[in-house]
Design a protein around this ligand. Structure first.
Ligand code: ZN
Length: 148
């Protein structure tokens, strides 16, 4: 199997069996809703943060395979990290998408599958939608902590 096929397989696996999918009814979770008009993707994410740690995340989206699978990969990347580590990991994923050098130790292995996305500029927004939503939630929480 060549690398592109392997990557496609990773993306399809996350699309078919997404991790942390499904929202919870719990107002302790921060909620962020973003959409990507160019592709029609819609993404809702939830974050449960306690003592500066990302304890749980959830996502529910309607969209293409790149967008929905990427939400699953973002979720496994973020759970267990601090807010700062989470923001750093998201930043590394943006570098990866742009085709720039990035620190792969800050991301899960499956994130590598999206390296090919920068050959398809129209797909960049799909791949980063869930990451942007999680980023927005983390930044809100960070602000809330800093300003009490
Ligand atoms: Zn899309």
């Amino acid at each position: 199997m060549d690398l592109k096929n392997l990557y496609r397989q990773v993306i399809m696996d996350h699309y078919k069996n997404p991790k942390y999918r499904g929202l919870v009814k719990n107002d302790q979770y921060l909620i962020v809703h973003l959409n990507n008009p160019t592709c029609g993707d819609e993404m809702v994410v939830q974050l449960y943060i306690e003592d500066g740690m990302i304890k749980d995340v959830r996502h529910e989206g309607v969209g293409c395979s790149i967008c929905c699978s990427s939400a699953s990969v973002a979720s496994i990347t973020l759970v267990g990290k601090t807010i700062e580590e989470g923001l750093e990991a998201i930043h590394q994923f943006y570098e990866l998408i742009k085709g720039e050098p990035y620190d792969d130790k800050k991301l899960v292995m499956d994130a590598k599958a999206y390296e090919t996305v920068h050959d398809f500029p129209a797909r960049v927004k799909c791949a980063t939608l869930a990451w942007k939503a999680y980023e927005q939630g983390l930044l809100e929480k960070k602000k809330e902590i800093t300003h009490g």
